[in-house]
Design a protein around this ligand. Structure first.
Ligand code: GDP
Length: 424
């Protein structure tokens, strides 16, 4: 029996979706345990290219059961639209291969609206929200002011609960932001349009997972975003509003009895970051543009150009430790093939001193990268499938990162396709 989590070690977009898609073969169940429709996994397989936001990446494997756990921000509207898109690609999504936790809280229409209103109010101090309503949703969840998906199964209770929340939320919408109030009709239309479609997928997924675990089924936990966006351990306040780390997986999945046997931390061969916040190794200008183009670094959800830079050993070592990763998947090594020399951010300089330690968020804006360069390989490596067939410079780069991170690099990805992978 082997339960695993596949998680991002850095700022997100490391290629987790691609790794989950590759590894789902070895698992019976894939679970999303946190986050919502605010980030995207890009998956390329025989059905085509898909940007998944809420659906677990196991959805493309016929014999895999996919679960959205209680920890996710359950955006019924986005989920149903995503199901429609994936179905159009010929993929079957039914209540047999997708289950949604009755305990997941619902992202309501005003969460997206409030996200937009708040980003507008913040103007140039904005956090770079994707405006999918995630922060207002989690704020309301922890204030106990949203509804659980299971309430859709008790319409009378749901209506009364929504009426209470409406009265309360309109105080904020109208009083704080001067926006139009939401009406009960609008809410009920939303419930009838999107909530109804969600109902067939709802069940007690915690119980299901507990039973599956006892029966020896193998469970894969899939995270959204990366360590540095974890609410508690990331670059607060430029984090997401949930816990992205693997240790949260059994909670967000509703099955604390399930132990993680392995944590695969996904690291990109260079750094990217979407949105605001400190990003010590950031490149600008032509150098950045070249890397962004080479790696196709534009947000899966927003299309925003991602901020880019060399691999950041300091942040990566911290990220891998917080994830308790016991294996690393290094992705996009092929993207670096155009470089004469490969730069690496080996240490930070903070207040005149060099350090190997990732600083606390309040000191990050003082950190400067200490860069070393390694020889490039200047040859196409995307067709290579064995580590020993990689050019020596590419092997040296991988081995150097492995030593610096302190965790074995078990997978080296050299292309977006399912089989463009080197196993070690
Ligand atoms: P995720 O959210 O962590 O799954 O990451 P994204 O999907 O946002 O970004 C990863 C992107 O890189 C996707 O477009 C993948 O298809 C692509 N990708 C993943 N691994 C590789 C790789 O090894 N080489 C190349 N060239 N592209 C890759």
């Amino acid at each position: 029996m082997s339960n695993s989590a596949i998680v991002g070690v850095n700022w997100g977009d490391e290629g987790k979706g691609r790794m989950v898609d590759l590894l789902t073969d070895h698992y019976d169940i894939v679970v999303r345990y946190q986050g919502g429709g605010n980030a995207g996994h890009t998956v390329i397989n025989r059905y085509g290219k898909f940007a998944l936001h809420l659906l677990p990446s196991g959805i493309f494997r016929a014999d895999v059961l996919n679960i959205l756990g209680n920890g996710v921000a359950l955006d019924a509207e986005n989920l149903m639209r995503e199901i429609d898109t994936v179905r159009e690609g010929g993929v079957s999504v039914t209540p047999d291969n997708l289950k949604v936790s009755c305990r997941a809280s619902l992202l309501l229409p005003w969460h997206r609206q409030l996200d937009e209103l708040e980003e507008k109010r913040l103007a140039d101090k904005k956090y770079g929200s994707t405006k999918q309503g995630i922060a207002p949703f989690y704020a309301d969840k922890y204030a106990k002011k949203t509804v659980m998906a299971g309430e859709l199964l008790c319409p009378d209770k749901l209506k009364a609960h929504l009426a209470d929340l409406l009265e309360w939320k309109n105080l904020t919408l109208t009083g704080v932001y001067g926006a139009e109030p939401c009406t009960m009709e609008q809410l009920m239309t939303w419930v009838e349009t999107w909530g109804e479609r969600l109902k067939p997928y709802l069940c007690d997924t915690g119980k299901l997972l507990d039973e599956a675990n006892r029966a020896g089924k193998r469970i894969l936990f899939e995270a959204q975003l990366g360590t540095l966006r974890d609410l508690d351990l990331g670059i607060y306040p430029y984090t997401t509003s949930s816990n992205t780390i693997a240790a949260y997986a059994p909670i967000g999945a509703g099955c604390p009895s399930v132990k993680l046997d392995h944590v695969v931390g996904v690291v990109k061969a260079y750094s990217t970051c979407v949105g605001e916040g400190p990003f010590t190794c950031e490149w600008f200008g032509e150098e950045a543009e070249k890397l962004r183009e080479a790696g196709g670094e534009y947000g899966a959800k927003t299309g925003r150009p991602r901020r880019v830079g060399p691999v950041d050993v300091v942040a990566t070592r911290y990220g891998a430790r917080m994830q308790a990763a016991d294996a690393i998947a290094l992705t996009k090594l092929d993207v670096l093939s155009y470089m004469d020399e490969i730069p690496v951010c080996e240490k930070y300089r903070v207040g005149g001193d060099e350090t190997d330690e990732f600083p606390l968020p309040m000191f990050l804006d003082q950190a400067e990268p200490v860069i070393r360069t390694m020889p490039g390989w200047k040859t196409d490596i995307s067709g290579i499938r064995r580590f020993e067939d990689l050019p020596e410079e590419a092997r040296s780069y991988v081995l150097y990162l492995e030593e610096q991170i302190g965790v074995p690099i078990r997978y080296v990805s050299v292309g977006p396709e399912r089989d463009s992978i080197i196993l070690r």
